[in-house]
Design a protein around this ligand. Structure first.
Ligand code: 5CU
Length: 382
């Protein structure tokens, strides 16, 4: 019998070429040398990517770009396979021609990073696969975006692409993206939808709370809003086979799904645009299991598992998967490193424990969330 595999679908890298780009910049996002006399034991550089980074940025080191460090982290936590994605803010800050040029190079770099990774011999799969990226910036031509989708689809170790929420400047409900969704759907690539900007920082008030509010609330609300806008624009009606994987278990999307459905029902303009109840679309998406708690995982699975009830003609609902089968383990490495000398990262241990202690899931469902579901979604099952 084949060993069951632990698969991490939410794990990031700043590829060396990208880290060099950040080093070359004089404005955020950027990597800067640590100040002389820095007390960090090792890191000699600092990362500035978010608004309101601590003054002087956060320590950054090889765990952000070295493949050996990624494999070492995987070994330490028993992770067999990782589907690696570039970390935010991707190419959002570049002019279109530069974004287009570097996207091609970074996709090739990621293919090399994955294709030359060790093989899990009895399963005939590699330890690393990747999500490529598109040069999604204002002013980019549709043909450049389609070329990029084509490039990713031809690179055998890239199984999808990571995308932020801004599209080409107007968000993911912009009709200009329709040819891009169409091509992604045709090539059967998985879109990993990931936040970067959070929400209006005025909401955070004046108290110093570090990154807690932007990361714990801003990131997931950004994903919630972007996905809702995409649904309201009918993108999932136009492209029913599009496969979207939402970061951080989709934020508040499942918790708010019935309220969203009710608001749509009471707004004939929006209701008339959609073929189904909003809860149907929400149950068609895929979710990482980066929630840190078993109750939250159970809740998301239950909320998405009732999707077939909300198809406009439930007899035709098709092969809707039970909720847990749409959920997948993730770590968010290299973010949230241990603060003191723990060997295993708390963020990883908590997410694994959460999966293992969902009271309503069978061992088979838990195994699915830990690896089997991802192997199927990314077509890695032999
Ligand atoms: O801690 C952070 O800044 C982040 C980030 O920027 N992106 C991410 O995916 N997780 C944490």
């Amino acid at each position: 019998m084949l060993k069951k595999l632990l698969v991490d679908v939410h794990t990031h890298v700043y590829l060396p070429r990208y880290a060099d780009l950040l080093r070359s910049r004089s404005a955020v996002p950027r990597i800067i040398p640590a100040a002389a006399g820095s007390t960090d034991s090792k890191p000699s550089e600092r990362l500035l990517i978010l608004d309101h980074e601590p003054s002087g940025g956060r320590p950054v080191g090889p765990q952000y770009w070295s493949r050996d460090e990624k494999l070492g982290f995987m070994d330490k936590h028993g992770i067999d396979v990782s589907i690696v994605s570039s970390a935010n803010p991707w190419l959002d800050f570049l002019p279109a021609p530069d974004a287009s040029d570097i996207a091609i190079k970074l996709n090739d770099d990621l293919e090399e990073y994955c294709s030359s990774s060790p093989i899990i011999s009895d399963q005939h799969i590699k330890r690393l696969y990747g999500f490529g990226m598109l040069p999604l910036v204002p002013g980019i031509s549709t043909s450049a975006l389609l070329d990029s989708v084509q490039q990713i689809s031809l690179l055998p170790h890239l199984k999808g692409l990571i995308m932020g929420t801004r599209g080409v400047g107007k968000g993911l409900d912009d009709e200009a993206l329709d040819p891009v969704w169409e091509a992604i759907e045709k090539e059967k690539l998985v879109v990993f939808l990931h936040p970067h900007y959070g929400v209006d920082s005025n909401a955070w008030g004046e108290k110093e709370n570090g990154h807690v509010l932007p990361l714990a609330l801003g990131f997931p609300f950004e994903t919630t809003v972007a996905t809702t806008r995409l649904i309201l624009a009918g993108v999932l009606d136009k492209f029913p086979d599009l496969r979207l994987l939402l970061a951080h278990s989709g934020g508040a999307l499942t918790q708010l799904s019935s309220r969203l459905a009710s608001c749509i029902h009471h707004d004939p303009l929006v209701a008339s645009r959609l073929k189904h109840d909003a809860r149907y679309y929400i149950g068609r998406l895929y979710y990482d299991a980066v929630s840190y708690g078993s109750e939250e995982l159970q809740f998301v699975a239950d909320a998405i598992g009732r999707s077939d009830k909300y198809h406009s003609s439930s007899a035709d609902a098709g092969c809707i998967l039970p909720g847990s089968q749409r959920m997948m383990f993730g770590t968010d490495h290299p973010f949230f490193p241990p603060l003191s000398g723990e060997i295993k990262w708390r963020s990883v241990v908590e997410n694994l424990e959460a999966i293992q202690t969902v009271s309503g899931w069978s061992q088979e469902q838990k195994d699915g969330v830990e690896g089997g579901n991802a192997l199927k979604l990314f077509n890695l099952v032999q």
